[in-house]
Design a protein around this ligand. Structure first.
Ligand SMILES: [Zn+2]
Length: 410
């Protein structure tokens, strides 16, 4: 059993301890069991501590701490392999731990306020590197107004700088049990740690907390959304992480505004202007494209080849496949008795007017690709292919000759 110094004094950053057991984990990593520790193991939504375990001739960079009774410290070992029974110095990554304590205490406050205002229970909690998440059990709709009210009340608790008290019980007194924000889970076995903020919250918890609510600094809700039919997720950040989060958002905001043609606030109006401008340009582009298609169609038909009563447009295209196909469809749809044979750098499109019967573009494509390689497919009226091993001009030439033979037979 490891003595949990982080419960006796959550502000203890360094201590001496003895190695009870050590196991190699491979790839230069080891796991160390200590007789006492300042390292909080992951649990209850709070991530495990980080830091260093140092001894004569070695250093262990702790990145994972696990266990309930026996606490194991995992990490990369530098130097010689330590022996069991050796004395070591423990040094916590204090910034990481302290911020976790602020987030964790902030969560107690936030959850207590949500319970008080909306009678919703917190069913999940997790601390991440830059923000935290809670899940609340609320069957209705959650709005920004509700969230802002929750945030305002939570910060009032922070700014009143109330004490955060921890009491340990082997049996929970009945009058205290009634005050709990949530019923005690049957999984919780004594000793039971009760964390209270007078007049705000009473809850069993196994995490580490700051001494007073003022140390939380600020509780900032950053996002909220429905997670399932009954559960809502609220994302938030406290302390320095809240500041960093907001700095990130502000940087994003100002850099975005800086890139606008009109740099005056508010950004949302500038975005709306850009959206309108894009719509206007899209309309203009559509008009211009129709005009371009019209001219291009006339020019191509003017120089088309005639086989009997059929107009055959043979064209070496520079447009992309997507643009070329849209135009080809327009060309043959508008003009009766017309076939279009188009080739780009790496594609061919064969199309005909639907009313003209007796020709099959898919079969024509198959025949041509049989000679020059590649693949493709389509329908009677429109076929496209690619991957051929011949110049596009040659593919067009072959297609025209094959078509000519077919039309003569009609
Ligand atoms: Zn807690």
């Amino acid at each position: 059993m490891t003595e949990k110094l982080f419960y006796e004094d959550p502000y203890l950053r360094e201590a001496k301890a003895r190695i009870v057991e050590i196991k190699p984990l491979g790839k230069g990593k080891v796991a160390v069991l200590l007789d006492r520790t300042v390292f909080y193991p992951e649990g209850g939504g709070q991530p495990s501590d980080r830091g260093v375990i140092e001894g004569e001739g070695f250093r262990l960079l702790v990145d994972k701490v696990k266990g309930k009774e026996e606490i194991w410290h995992e990490g990369r070992l530098k130097g010689r392999f330590p022996e069991e029974g050796e004395e070591v110095s423990l040094i916590l990554d204090w910034e990481w731990r302290y911020e976790n304590m602020r987030q964790h205490t902030g969560q107690h406050i936030l959850s207590a306020v949500i319970k008080e205002l909306y009678d919703a229970n917190t069913t999940g909690f997790q601390i991440f590197e830059d923000h935290n998440k809670i899940e609340i059990d609320y069957p209705g709709e959650v709005s920004w107004d509700m969230v802002l009210e929750i945030e305002r009340k939570a910060n009032e608790v922070v700014w009143r700088d109330l004490p955060v008290e921890v009491q340990v019980y082997s049996k929970l007194p009945d009058e205290l049990r009634k005050e709990l924000r949530k019923e005690l889970s049957e999984k919780v076995t004594p000793p039971i740690r009760i964390v209270s903020i007078p007049g705000v919250d009473v809850i069993p918890c196994g995490g580490t907390h700051v001494r007073s609510t003022g140390e939380v600094g600020i509780v900032k809700v950053t996002n909220f959304y429905r997670k399932s039919t009954k559960l809502w997720r609220i994302e938030f950040a406290c302390g320095n992480r809240a500041l960093k989060y907001l700095d990130g958002i502000l940087e994003d905001y100002w850099l975005s505004l800086e890139r606008m043609p009109n740099k005056n606030r508010p950004l949302v109006e500038r975005v709306e202007e850009l959206r309108n401008e894009i719509s206007r340009l899209e309309m203009e582009k559509k008009d211009l494209r129709m005009e371009l298609w019209d001219w291009k169609a006339r020019a191509l038909l003017g120089s088309s080849k005639k086989i009997g009563g059929l107009n055959v447009v043979v064209h070496r295209e520079s447009w992309s496949l997507k643009d070329a196909q849209a135009f080809v469809v327009y060309l043959v749809d508008k003009n009766p008795n017309t076939v279009a044979l188009f080739a780009g750098d790496n594609y061919v499109i064969f199309a005909k007017n639907k009313e003209f019967e007796g020709l099959n573009m898919k079969e024509l494509l198959k025949e041509v690709l049989f000679a020059v390689g590649g693949g493709g497919g389509g329908s009677e009226n429109l076929a496209r292919g690619g991957g051929f091993r011949a110049a596009p001009e040659e593919v067009l030439e072959r297609a025209f000759r094959a078509l000519e033979k077919k039309v003569v037979k009609l």
